[in-house]
Design a protein around this ligand. Sequence first.
Ligand code: ATP
Ligand code: MG
Length: 585
Amino acid sequence: MSNDDARPAALPDDVAPEKRDFIRQIVREDLASGRHTSVKTRFPPEPNGYLHIGHAKAICLDFGIASEFDGVCNLRLDDTNPAKEDPEYVRAIQDDVRWLGFDWHDLRHASDYFEVLYLAGEKLIRQGDAFVCDLTAEQVREYRGTLTEPGRNSPYRDRSVEENLDLFRRMRAGEFPDGARTLRAKIDMASGNINLRDPALYRIKHVEHQNTGNDWPIYPMYDYAHSLSDAVEGITHSLCTLEFEDHRPLYDWCVDKVDLANSPDLIAPLLAKGLPKEASKPRQIEFSRLNFNYLVMSKRKLLAMVEDRLVDGWDDPRMPTLQGIRRRGYTPSALRLMVDRVGISKQNSLLDISILEGALREDLDAAAPRRMGVIDPVKLVLANLPEDHEESLTFSNHPKDESFGQRSVPFSRELWIEREDFEEVPPKGFKRLTTGGEVRLRGAGIVRCDEVVKNDAGEIVELRGWLDPESRPGMAGAERKIKGTIHWVSAKHAVAAEIRLYDRLFTVPNPDDESEGKTYRDYMNPESRRTVTGYVEPAAASAAPEQSFQFERTGYFVADRYDHTPERPVFNRSVTLRDTWATKG
Ligand code: ATP
Ligand code: MG
């Protein structure tokens, strides 16, 4: 092959930068060369926990590539490990994939193929490519060798085909206890790749399965089940994370040796179940995992945090699960934007959480209507207005997008404003309200503070001010220059709201770091949730659950998916307007 041949085909000019990654390029080339005429991918989660932000990357890639190349993507529940799996997870996984904006071609379970996988095991035995081994788990470890030393052949490796078939059938019939025997591939105990040292294909486990009940006392191992499931489904490109790179030779071995495409007898049980025959030779391609600092993403740790009540559940808005961040106010488009930004490569890295938060800010800046909400209220009385003064002001819902329309905002003599927007003794450069000073009330006019009312403890309970009549909307002085503008709500009309101020769950960038004898539990942020009672304008209170808003000057908030009602509004802070951590350390 000349150097010219080795160069990748030129990219068409119209390919967007975020779609130029090496995997899409392989797919493009496979279609151009005629190696494949259509594209089929799959997303294969194990239903042993809830999906997290990392999975969003795999979902966007698997489903995204299928749709960009006019192909299809299956959702396959990789349910080969019955002890840890649960139908609750199966439901949540489907909910999450749909929420992200994707739909699957077929919903499959690896367990749909148990019969095929079993028959494939018999085929391997007949070919002399697999044997039943009686070594205990501990002995298997001893025989396996190490990275620097070759392993040794199992004493059971040369059993006859007849004996192997008989024992494998009796394993399947449930005759032997857990762990007594395994079916192993016969490959090479001296291979430099430990995954090829006669890996187990089947183990005995008398455990009920969420899909197949008590039908099976033996269960296939991951590499075997995964590669053959891909082949059965006619997957063309099997995308997975880098830790499977060393498993690829075994993946290919299983696909080649079983050769489903040329084994109609193996596919027969599937046809009886109504599943189509699509057997092919899939190709595994690995990409780097998505990891963010300030998060933990292993399912094991997330499960422990739920079980030990360090969080309120899998859908706690501080959790990196898709259910959690959805409740937090993350949008599917923000996640897709983040995945595009991060890109696809083979370099593992710990990304800065600001990439995730930045994508959400950018998405909500464009997509979230504006509202006013006061989080830490203090009363401001406009003493020169009549007691019963009431009017309706018209506000646009989005400063940059007229299609959001307008709304009425009630205005009256008594307002709630943000406590921090008033200072009796203003620090230098303070542009908001002070005694004797003026500030603009967003969309309503200019107020001067004349009097501060305090309780016996010296705390400010009320501010009394004078609203300049000439500065009202439509009046000659409405455009009068003034340094600061603050938000407000009408006390008479605003609705008291529970506001949950969320922040990062961990205080350090790498909570997984256990180098100083600590664990992620030592780094939990005690201020990751603060709940306050604030006031929101009526047009925020009446929102449907999951509606996002920018509360002007304050941040992005979402009406809680479960607890919010118009009568008792509950808003979760999704993200602050600016990155408040960037300046902290
Ligand atoms: P965890 O290690 O968090 O338990 P997992 O890899 O065991 O996750 P699976 O349910 O097996 O989770 O994953 C389903 C698919 O999602 C796999 O193809 C896996 O490679 C991919 N995936 C899992 N975590 C990430 C991640 N952080 N970034 C990108 N893809 C991921
Ligand atoms: Mg896994």
